[in-house]
Design a binder for this molecule. Structure first.
Ligand SMILES: C[S@@+](CC[C@H](N)C(=O)[O-])C[C@H]1O[C@@H](n2cnc3c(N)ncnc32)[C@H](O)[C@@H]1O
Length: 243
């Protein structure tokens, strides 16, 4: 996490995603569970599991499409009429995310971005899938987008937002939350898709990376998760920023 101070309101509720109503956010940026019985502790992840926190709530693969549809409903209820969303997906259930987006009348699929990252646990042993798909969804025609951010993909050469090459930062000293998003990735998305003062919503917040970086960038953050341990990691992150 960068050391920048928090400059906007930040809310983190321990609640089910379906409990949110009328947040009126400008954008939802959210990374759902994978639907893979994932807990971040499997031996093939090659990490010190004693530092991986418990309580990650996974979604069953056979009900995954329905869960994503319910998530899209939550995002629609909690963004304003010209709001937008960015929904992450790994490879295994990406087809279900795509289908759910097409099926939900509130949302239009405006585009897709790809986030390519280093996959430290596997990479020395065999090829591994290391690309996430980010579904960019919009409600109307008046969505906000800036075609330039402060990072190298916009500052040098030809801008290419379709494929973002951003390393995961495997923090050694902090408790590990499975699938914690890198702050740089969140910041790139904020600079392209939001303005200062906007409200950013993440009902599946985990360690709270989306909200913390938003509040560091002067965007109001509204977040939730069912996992108490996730909120503990979030609180520790805030404390370390305050030191
Ligand atoms: C992929 S993780 C998000 C990780 C997060 N982006 C980060 O940077 O740490 C998905 C999160 O959704 C939470 N979750 C699963 N089902 C939920 C539900 N119905 N309501 C709220 N949170 C839920 C899980 O506990 C998990 O923390």
């Amino acid at each position: 996490m960068s050391e920048s101070p928090i400059t906007a309101d930040i809310t983190y509720e321990l609640c089910d995603m379906t409990e949110w109503d009328n947040v009126n956010a400008d954008i939802a940026i959210t990374d759902p569970p994978f639907g893979l019985e994932f807990d971040g502790k499997a031996s093939n992840y090659n990490r010190d599991t004693s530092r991986v926190v418990d309580g990650y709530v996974e979604w069953e693969s056979d009900t995954y499409g329905g869960k994503i549809s319910s998530l899209l409903d939550v995002l629609a209820r909690n963004t304003h009429s010209e709001g937008q969303g960015i929904v992450f997906s790994g490879k295994d259930n990406s087809h279900l995310v795509h289908q759910a987006v097409i099926d939900r009348p509130e949302w239009t699929l405006e585009g897709k971005l790809y986030w390519a990252y280093n996959f430290a646990p596997y990479c020395k042993l065999r090829p591994a899938h290391n690309v996430y798909e980010l579904y960019w969804i919009v409600k109307g025609n008046d969505w906000y987008y800036s075609n330039e951010c402060s990072y190298e993909h916009c500052q040098s050469g030809e801008a290419n937002l379709s494929t973002l090459q951003i390393k995961r930062n495997y923090l050694k000293e902090m408790p590990k939350y499975p699938t914690r998003l890198p702050p740089k990735l969140v910041k790139v998305l904020l600079e392209h898709f939001t303005r200062e003062g906007d409200t950013v919503f993440d009902p599946l917040a985990g360690s709270g990376a989306v909200g913390v970086v938003s509040a560091q960038q002067n965007r109001e953050a509204v977040m939730g998760d069912l996992n108490e341990e996730a909120k503990r990691v979030f609180n520790e992150t805030l404390e370390s920023l305050a030191e």
